[in-house]
Design a protein around this ligand. Structure first.
Ligand code: SF4
Length: 697
């Protein structure tokens, strides 16, 4: 029967950027069950991950003791079989493990130079953890070689937003869809990846809002859409330029807005002459009339909003894709009011916050460039240190730098590049060849198998800290249970490593770190810990104590040097690797409702893993028939870089000629196949397009 809880804890969700507020019912250091709270972002609703996905923390496979690689045991480039854990690692005390971890890093720093080290922090951790981690790398390692999974997620969106609008976050919250007349959802599958956010979109559609879905796949939200543009993968720029061409050809642009708030419009107008709907129609596989209809709807409605996901960002032209979306909003003035604006739907629950606090190689907290002497001086003073004047390496660049003999040691906290990075055979070879790898995590992740020392950390529910959701809401995550065994809180571990690298730190807890963040960051300068405790959720910018916060920004211009939004024209280019006779199909990766990212949490949740226990590749039924594979049969997918075998799933919504797969299955890692070509501006890999062949078996 249902047990009675002896306490309840008000917190948030460890999974997606929607940031649902949740009440945890706890007894004897165990979470029994959860319920949704009345948060701005969820109004009591939860999806299957937030509702049932907590039980990974009670999995007996949790790491509970520090582990050190046994001397003389070489690292394989293959994933470690968990049954071989004892053969490769031995238990150690915290003191020994921390000394071993830090000494290995220090030796490399002192002998090979500061840039021979790199760090990956995590968007799964709190703002305070992310802030301390980047500070540790910048001071303790002495370079800006620090990044996290934003690089694999919305890095391109952020580059375009900063370049064009001067701010990398969303302009309007998801819930604003209720006030929009038209919503464009492009390259995003919200029903699966932002399920509670999707409920707001569905409710809006039921009340008459028109949803225009643009995606190579006909995803579940199509049922609520007035227009479904199932365009050819990779042709976003052509399609969006065609829409903008129509707006100008039919004089539907907002001249007053363009004049008052933007720059670069004339150049944009000239650029768009080449992109008539008739010309782009055969490129994107959408007829010219539909392109025109959508352009008119978006431009002339009282409020049009654009939401996008990784279908837009994960291309070598991801930054261009986002530049087009921004230009579309600027030329129509569909920004700066309720029910308008631009919303890149953030993935992990704190990928917004981890980026805001500077867990990226080119900027300090609040996106202040490390290469700008003014900001460098500010942080040198605040942190009482000297800082590296050059930007550091991004996630995928770190992998290349290891194989190029430039990086020898890494500290990886909560990230899992042995699953998440593209071209896995290459990435795993790099991780295995590191001279010293420190991994801090809650399970023996695929990455931890390559470590020299593994530090057992705390899960989301085992610590307190702030998390910033996709709406720019900073929300309080509260500790519900204690970490198992000897596992420690991440803030403590980061600080212990930092001390051993020469940092004189003595933060008493998350509140202490948060108060230092407020000193550094104008965006949250007025946000007090006390108010967060009382109100649970506050939206930045919140510069002065007592300010209400700003759910909608850009209401009167932009935080750019000129105060104006910038048009940046983009030309249509193809993906890095196109299908040919040998590899005739297109492979696209993403997520599933029940599984999250590399699966380190959800695949350890018995409830979620029972719903989706096996790797699946989805194809159009006619493609399956052509391959001679029955739905449920085994199929092999092979690219120039690697191959995998998984169960075939027939899905009518998948575009013919393409295959779709989630990247959470270590027994069939989709990233063995993916391409590590990068967007030149954002350094994001092209997860959404590579050439493969597929066959039965
Ligand atoms: Fe958690 Fe996102 Fe689901 Fe809400 S929608 S319960 S934040 S995974």
């Amino acid at each position: 029967g249902l047990q009675e809880a002896d306490k309840t804890v008000d917190s948030t969700c460890p999974y997606c950027g929607v940031g649902c507020l949740i009440k945890y019912h706890v007894k004897d250091n165990k979470i029994l069950y959860t319920e949704g709270r009345d948060g701005y972002t969820n109004h009591f609703r939860l999806c299957v991950k937030g509702r049932y996905g907590f039980n990974y923390i009670h999995n007996p496979l949790r790491l509970t003791k520090p582990l050190i690689r046994r001397e003389g045991v070489p690292k394989s480039t293959e994933l470690l079989d968990p049954n071989d854990l004892d053969k490769e690692f031995r238990e150690a005390t915290w003191e020994e493990a921390l000394d071993f971890a830090a000494n290995g890093l220090k030796k490399i720093r002192d002998e090979k130079g500061k840039k021979a080290l790199a760090g990956l922090g995590s968007a799964k951790g709190s703002n305070e953890e992310a802030y301390l981690f980047q500070k540790l790398v910048r001071i303790g390692f002495g370079s800006n070689n620090v990044d996290h999974c934003t690089r694999l997620c919305h890095a391109s969106s952020v580059v375009a937003l900063l370049e064009c609008l001067g701010s990398g976050a969303v302009s309007n919250p998801v819930s604003d869809v209720a006030q929009a007349e038209v919503i464009i959802i492009i390259g995003s599958n919200p029903t699966v990846n932002h399920p509670v956010g999707a409920t707001f979109m569905k409710n809006a559609a039921k009340r008459g809002t028109k949803i225009i879905l643009m995606d190579p796949n006909r995803t579940a939200i199509a049922k609520y859409a007035s227009h479904v543009l199932q365009f050819r993968p990779d042709t976003d720029v052509a399609l969006l330029n065609g829409i903008m061409h129509t707006i100008l050809a039919e004089n539907l642009q907002n001249d007053a807005y363009i004049k008052q708030y933007t720059e670069g419009f004339d150049q944009m107008r000239t650029h768009l002459r080449n992109y008539s709907p008739e010309k782009v129609a055969p490129i994107c596989g959408i007829d010219a009339e539909t392109i025109k209809e959508v352009a008119r709807l978006y431009a002339t409605s009282k409020g049009s909003m654009i939401l996008w996901g990784m279908g837009v960002s994960q291309h070598i032209h991801g930054t261009d894709n986002a530049r087009c979306l921004i230009a579309l909003a600027l030329m129509t003035g569909q920004i700066g009011r309720p029910g308008t604006g631009l919303h890149p739907l953030r993935g992990q629950n704190n990928v917004q916050g981890a980026s805001d606090v500077g867990l990226i190689p080119m900027v300090y907290p609040d996106y202040e460039s490390v290469e700008d002497p003014k900001f460098r001086a500010k942080y040198e003073k605040l942190w009482n240190t000297e800082l590296d004047p050059k930007r550091g390496l991004t996630t995928v660049e770190m992998i290349h730098a290891i194989l190029d003999g430039e990086v020898f040691g890494m500290y990886i906290e909560g990230e899992n590049p042995a699953m998440s990075d593209p071209n896995q055979n290459h990435a795993r070879k790099a991780l295995a060849s590191l001279e010293h790898l420190v991994v801090q995590d809650i399970f023996l992740t695929e990455t931890a198998g390559f470590a020299d020392v593994i530090l057992p950390a705390s899960a989301f529910y085992e610590k307190t800290g702030t998390f910033s959701n996709t709406d720019r809401r900073v929300q309080m995550g509260r500790q519900a249970v204690n970490p198992p065994g000897e596992a420690k809180q991440d803030l403590w571990i980061i600080q212990e490593i930092a001390k051993r690298l020469g940092c004189d730190w003595n933060y008493q807890g998350p509140e202490d770190v948060f108060n230092e963040m407020r000193q550094a960051m104008t965006s949250i300068a007025g946000m007090t810990w006390e108010r967060l405790e009382n109100e649970d959720s506050l939206t930045y910018p919140l510069e002065n104590v007592g300010d209400p916060g700003q759910p909608i920004i850009f209401t009167d211009g932009f935080p750019t040097a000129t105060g104006r939004g910038r048009f940046v024209p983009a030309d249509f280019i193809h993906a890095d690797e196109l299908p040919d006779n040998e590899y005739p199909l297109i492979f696209i990766t993403g997520r599933q409702l029940e599984h999250w990212h590399t699966g380190s949490m959800t695949r350890h949740s018995p409830t979620l893993d029972a719903i989706e226990p096996d790797p699946v590749v989805s194809l159009h039924p006619l493609d399956l028939e052509k391959l001679g594979v029955e739905p449920g049969g085994f199929i092999t997918v092979e690219s120039r870089r690697g191959k995998l075998s998984a169960y075939a799933r027939a899905e009518l919504g998948i575009q013919k000629g393409t295959l779709f797969m989630a990247f959470c299955y270590n027994e069939a890692s989709s990233n063995l196949v993916t391409n590590d070509a990068l967007d030149p501006a954002a350094k994001i890999p092209e997860f959404k397009f590579c050439a493969v062949k597929a066959y039965a078996g």
